[in-house]
Design a protein around this ligand. Sequence first.
Ligand code: B12
Length: 258
Amino acid sequence: MVSLSELAEIARSCGAPLCGAARAGGLSADREDIERILPGALSVVVLAAPHSRSALESRDVQAAQYDTIHVYGEAARASHALARWLERKGHRAVAVPAFIPIDMSPPKHGMKGAVDWRDAGAMAGIGGYGESGLLVTQRFGPAVRLGGVLTDAVIAPGDPLPGTPCTRCNRCVEACPTGALSGGGMVDKKKCGEMIFSGGYRAWRKFLLDLIEAPPEKRREMTASQISLELWQNFMTGNYYYCFACQAACPVGRVSRA
Ligand code: B12
């Protein structure tokens, strides 16, 4: 049996101060996905790396984007460090992507992770579901990026929290600029995606189609258009999120200003 406290210490030292474990068999994920990643997986270790609340709340979206790149880096470092440590102890362990790469083939089309990290986090008891549909942690609210590891090690699973840290204040629902949230964890993924992915895959596809269909004399100008430059920047940085409103609006875990 591997001790969670040793794993938690490694995760903490890599920038992910919340760490828990759950039984891999209890995940809502397709068993096939789990078996393809790690046949015989018994446990999932889930960790959370916190955002800077100031960056998330900034009116400059690039400040939140830059913070997101950093936080995903910490979640990745922590999960790879855990996987390497478990392997050194003689177990098999795989760090599972926090968001991308993700299965883009139908029917998932990039909308379902191999491990749904909110589900894993709720099972492990590092947080509970909020009105926003996000995992809300006591210490950092929903302002975290989740990630983790599948392993064949036996790790004592945590228990789901008796209640959620979400206070049901509804500020996330009110803050959503597209009206994608209706409370109770209900998310209109299309409405949300249109906003957060305004420089993502769909924008890239539209740009390509517009380019193909444009008269030849327009094409050169289009390659220097704002959306072309924005997409290039997103490819370079790996960030393609343009909205953080539901994470930023949550009062849970926000350090009060003296
Ligand atoms: C696809 C995806 C999206 C899609 C679809 C979201 C969705 N709801 O599935 C879109 C593009 C809309 C999206 C948006 C955002 N995302 Co996103 N997204 C993902 C991704 C890659 C996969 C999600 C997945 O597998 N869904 C599977 C299906 C089954 O989920 P579902 O249909 O929502 O069903 C679940 C919920 O209904 C949930 N549930 C919700 N409320 C409640 C309440 C109760 C009581 C219960 C029991 C269950 C429950 O239970 C179901 C099963 O788990 C994950 C990374 C990952 N691998 O987990 C990140 C992830 C969920 N996203 C994240 C974030 C931060 C965002 C955004 C803020 C954008 C941004 N700036 O980054 C918004 C937030 C929108 C919102 N309020 O939910 C974080 C969430 C962190 C957290 N604290 O929870 C994740 C975990 C990425 C990460 N590694 O940190 N995202």
